[in-house]
Design a protein. Structure first.
Length: 134
């Protein structure tokens, strides 16, 4: 399993008049967690895109437990629990302190950006991931 934690404070613009984070923002926070997870292993999205590979979202699921508020110090935790095939599933938790606010997952397809066809992940990406799944 690969795990990464990222600290983020919601912007005032992400909240309603009560200072509560809008529920649609959590998918953006998942994206921030996913980006940081990829960076943490040394394979940022920019490297995938340089190899003509995209990761379009094909499924998303969010469970809401408690609201985040403006300026909360949120911990966005992203997990990769298995090696990808033509799809990659990343799971998330968002916490303030030890309190779980949200969890869920996103599933993405590896896509050839020129042909817009599903492809297998790059071999060097899989080899890198295998070092975490021994």
């Amino acid at each position: 399993m690969i795990k990464n934690e990222h600290i983020y404070r919601p912007l005032y613009a992400h909240t309603d008049i009560m200072g509560i984070v809008n529920n649609t923002r959590y998918l953006e926070y998942f994206e921030a967690g996913r980006n940081e997870l990829m960076r943490s292993i040394g394979y940022p999205y920019t490297k995938l895109e340089a190899g003509n590979i995209g990761l379009p979202l094909i499924e998303a699921h969010v469970n809401y437990y408690k609201p985040a508020k403006y300026d909360d110090e949120m911990r966005i935790i992203a997990f990769l629990k298995s090696l990808p095939t033509v799809r990659i599933k990343i799971e998330y938790e968002i916490k303030v302190g030890d309190t779980l606010l949200v969890d869920g997952y996103t599933t993405h397809s590896f896509l050839d950006l020129k042909r817009f066809r599903p492809v297998r992940p790059p071999a060097d990406f899989i080899e890198l991931l295998k070092t975490y799944f021994k």
